[in-house]
Design a protein around this ligand. Structure first.
Ligand SMILES: C[S@@+](CC[C@H](N)C(=O)[O-])C[C@H]1O[C@@H](n2cnc3c(N)ncnc32)[C@H](O)[C@@H]1O
Length: 357
């Protein structure tokens, strides 16, 4: 039987089931309390408590504007990224054996997926692969979706992205990927992570690699990850965070806030949170066994390498072709390097499970 590849419809269109027609209502003790801190998404304020994370949520129209920006940014920049870096749009994992050639960097990106899965304890045995289903939340062009489905011979993988270009391209690459088991179904949809088109309890593995930083409502994001996860299933979130504040600190320094604001404008990011904020949100959702890690040191060579490739003739020509948003993204790359070097930006991992009913 031929493997099945589908590419889904635009955000806003919905599938069947109880979540089909309307945005999901807000639930939980903080419902409706999120509007007294409506700031533009370029603000980079920081909070350490759950209430404060909620306070940092934007208004609906600002969220829509942000999501439009994210979609256009990835529509415009993904071709160039793929030409140079390949199908994975995330940091590489660098150990002492990593080679700093372009092939080495691509290998480090695949290594990142494998190391994260290993760190989270995901294995063939833990997944019962013949039934296993994975959702890749913020999938890019589907690099992780394909890798995970192939690695564990999963029966179903679905990637969601805001970018129509990415969903289409993910489908194209998948249709030519001989590594995907013929009986597996892999599909991609243009859908919003904050309003996912899936039934409750749908996936054994809920995977989000470097998309969480784009989410303008972190509580809603975590609620959706938890909702679509099967009881007993695992959630893995790898995302950019700001450092955890020290005892007595109420915010990042003014310098750090300026740094993050500049990055936010270029990469279409809302306010940042710390990994501790995510822990609190997961625990409030009743998720179990929450574990985190900081792999900032493991990704250290990445931005220098991206900067180098951008500065080549091919990179510069591609930047010119890809439009203003991509060029602005390239211009702030040194700030990402600075953010990591100064300890303001962290590359954090979080995993947890949804309790059995
Ligand atoms: C840096 S890329 C990472 C892509 C992919 N995870 C990878 O590692 O190759 C960020 C992705 O997050 C997606 N994204 C951001 N906000 C989203 C949202 N609200 N809903 C769905 N996808 C979103 C973008 O469309 C993009 O595909």
């Amino acid at each position: 039987m031929a493997k099945m590849v589908r590419v889904g419809q635009r955000a806003g269109a919905r599938h069947g089931g109880p979540h089909a027609m309307a945005p999901r209502p807000r639930r939980g003790p903080f419902s409706g309390r999120n509007h007294h801190f409506q700031s533009h998404y370029s603000q980079a304020g920081t909070r350490t408590t759950r209430t404060s994370v909620m306070c940092a949520v934007m208004g609906e129209s600002e969220q829509k504007e942000l999501k439009r920006g994210i979609a256009t940014f990835y529509d415009e920049s993904s071709t160039l990224w793929e030409e140079i870096w390949g199908e994975h749009m995330h940091h590489g994992y660098y150990d002492e054996t990593a080679k700093l050639t372009i092939e080495g960097h691509r290998q480090a990106q695949v290594e990142m997926i494998d190391k994260v899965l290993e760190w989270a304890g995901v294995s063939l045995e833990s997944l019962r692969p013949e039934q296993a289903r994975v959702v890749d939340v913020g999938c890019g062009v589907g690099g992780s979706t394909r890798h995970i489905v192939s690695k564990f011979a999963m029966s179903y993988g679905c990637g969601i992205t805001l970018s129509p270009y990415q969903a289409r391209r993910a489908g194209e690459i998948t249709s030519q990927d001989a590594g995907i088991p013929p009986e597996s179904v892999v599909e991609f949809k243009v859908e919003d992570a904050l309003n996912q088109p899936f039934e409750d309890d749908s996936f054994d593995l809920v995977w989000s690699l470097e998309s969480g930083e784009h989410m303008p409502d972190k509580e809603r994001f975590v609620k959706e990850l938890a909702r679509v996860c099967k009881p007993g299933g695992r959630i893995i979130l790898v995302t950019w965070c700001h450092r955890v504040l020290e005892e007595g600190e109420t915010d990042l320094s003014a310098y750090e806030r300026v740094l993050l604001n500049l990055i936010n404008r270029a990469y279409f990011l809302p306010r940042w949170v710390s990994v501790q904020d995510y822990v609190e949100l997961c625990e409030a959702e009743g998720l179990r066994g929450v574990r985190t890690d900081d792999w900032s040191a493991r990704v250290a060579p990445f931005w220098t390498a991206v900067l180098k490739t951008a500065a080549t003739w091919r990179g510069l020509r591609g930047l010119l072709r890809s439009g203003a948003k991509t060029a602005r993204g390239a211009a702030v790359m040194p700030l990402m390097r600075l953010g990591f070097a100064s300890g303001t930006i962290k590359f954090n991992l979080l995993t947890c499970t949804k309790p059995e009913k």
